[in-house]
Design a protein around this ligand. Structure first.
Ligand SMILES: O=C(O)C(=O)C[C@H](O)C(=O)CO
Ligand SMILES: [Zn+2]
Length: 277
């Protein structure tokens, strides 16, 4: 898998667009019949995508992790963003429809992905972080996730945050994961912006409804922002020192995942509008 190192915010001020994209944008996670992963040194989070077509794909990379199996020292959250498929965890099958989430804990030795129909395949997005204890493998459909409604039409940021893996939901060591759905004609996410220097975060943007749709994702320290132009099914690594917010040219949905120091979703430092530059 590709390995990305961490960056210092003072250095990032000098980056060209190309360098910024190569450090923070994950532009090709999803390819038919492949599993692709990026290992970030931010909290050692692995971000991945799998589209099984002919048979199953296995979650593994001994070469990079130097462990016997992927979850020997890790946990993983998996969300299906495609058609129906299944994840098999040490022989136990979990069927996932679009937007369903599965948490798989430390110590499970074999995790494989399969599509129910190869002509309309599943697309599994996953984020994995380090784990010290085994929590039970658990599936949660979006209907059972805790919704948190935010924003307003006048601010164009009316949206629902669904929390899957968190303190009051599926239990994990440090991984938090959920999905935010924007109401039609609402384009802004995570504005007003926030920081959490205790945790890194990854955003996956998907369901951008036109070929030409883009999300302008804002990152950087609040007084030194930059943007990344993001296409459908691309992800962004957000360092702990960076805001993470976006505005779309069309409707979209995104999956957020965090790992780091604490396990408190509400541990956020809000950024005042006058601080943003
Ligand atoms: O729409 C939002 O606002 C979010 O979804 C925010 C993320 O959940 C987040 O950044 C959590 O720290
Ligand atoms: Zn955040």
């Amino acid at each position: 898998m590709e390995v990305r190192h961490t960056t210092n915010p003072n250095d990032v001020k000098q980056y060209t667009t190309e360098r910024l994209r190569s450090e923070f944008l994950i532009d090709s996670l999803f390819a038919a019949g492949e599993i692709n992963m990026v290992y970030s040194h931010y909290d050692r989070v692995v971000t991945g995508g799998a589209i099984p077509i002919n048979g199953s794909l296995t979650l593994e990379d001994k070469e990079t992790l130097k462990t016997e199996y992927f979850l020997e020292r890790r946990e993983v959250g998996i969300i299906n963003i495609g058609a129906e498929g299944k994840v098999v965890v040490d022989g136990q099958e979990y069927s996932l429809n679009k937007r369903d989430c599965l948490y798989v804990g430390l110590g499970n030795q074999e995790v494989t992905f399969e599509s129910s129909n190869s002509s309309d395949p599943a697309k599994f997005y996953f984020v994995s972080s380090l784990a010290h204890k085994q929590y039970p493998t658990k599936k949660i459909p979006i209907e059972e996730a805790e919704p948190n409604r935010l924003g307003s039409d006048s601010e164009s940021n009316k949206r629902t945050i669904y929390k899957y893996i968190h303190q009051d939901g599926i239990q994990s060591c440090q991984l938090m994961m959920g999905m935010t759905l924007l109401e039609p004609n609402n384009m802004w996410n995570t504005m007003p912006a926030h920081l959490h220097d205790r945790r890194m975060e990854v955003y996956l943007y998907f369901d951008l409804d036109q070929e030409d749709s883009r999300v302008f994702h804002f990152m950087g320290e609040p007084n030194e922002t930059r943007h990344l132009v993001v296409k459908n099914e691309q992800a962004v690594l957000s360092p702990p020192w960076s805001i993470h917010s976006g505005v779309g040219t069309n409707n979209y949905t995104f999956i957020w995942a965090m790992a780091g120091e604490n396990y408190t979703f509400t541990d956020m430092d809000s950024v005042k509008m006058e601080e943003l530059k």
